[in-house]
Design a protein around this ligand. Sequence first.
Ligand code: HEC
Length: 229
Amino acid sequence: MSRITFFVSLSSLLFGLGIYFSSCSSDQLPASYDEIGICFETEILPIIISNCTQGGCHNPIDRAEGLDYSTYNGIMESVKPFNANKSELYEYIISTDPAERMPLPPYDPLSIEEIALIKDWIEKGAPETIDCQSACDSTLINPVNVSFQNQVLPILDAKCNGCHSGPSPDGGIDQSTWSAVKATVNDGSFLGCIKHEGGFSPMPKFASKLPSCEIDVIETWVNEGALDN
Ligand code: HEC
């Protein structure tokens, strides 16, 4: 083999390997929101933050078991993409052993819908889908006659009440009933926290601000008198 032929075949071999490896890694490129239909940023992360990063738990300060679930990378330490049953995060949220089930009692377990969504997301590869168009459902734009039970409380249950319900809610603040929320509306902390105004703790804690359409709904409800409706 001449030296030139040797280099030609060596370089085509390397070129071939290059194609092989790059096609391999492109199979693992993170899926987009359009492909998997689940938004990590607005659907998965809020459930995990609200239910796993309460005081003493998996937040950047307390890091229970060394885990901080307030970020994608932190969550992925307990997730095996494409395999929910081999993912510790999933094993613990479905456990029926009260010493093991997360969140630990007396916190409520995740709902069946939340567990199904997390499972589906893991089975689809657990991608970090962000900037998803669905974050603000168009039906929520310019809301009027906002209902506490049907519109405000579902947002609070999804984004706040992993921390702010039960026998010892974070900060001693409950946000799971109308009268408890009304107390925080009256002292100004409810909107102050949600809108990240100075002098109030930004909420939801450890997470980004609520999407603007959800803030609109909540603020409209407050401006309409914070009714028990
Ligand atoms: C991860 C847990 C967690 C989540 C999620 C969370 N909070 Fe909080 N919240 C806390 C803690 C802890 C405090 C006590 C103050 C602090 O540590 O910042 C607090 C304090 C508050 C206070 C009183 C703070 C003040 O400045 O007077 C209000 C009101 C509040 N939260 C509302 C909310 C609302 C509304 C949401 C959802 C949009 C929410 N929180 C989401 C943990 C959480």
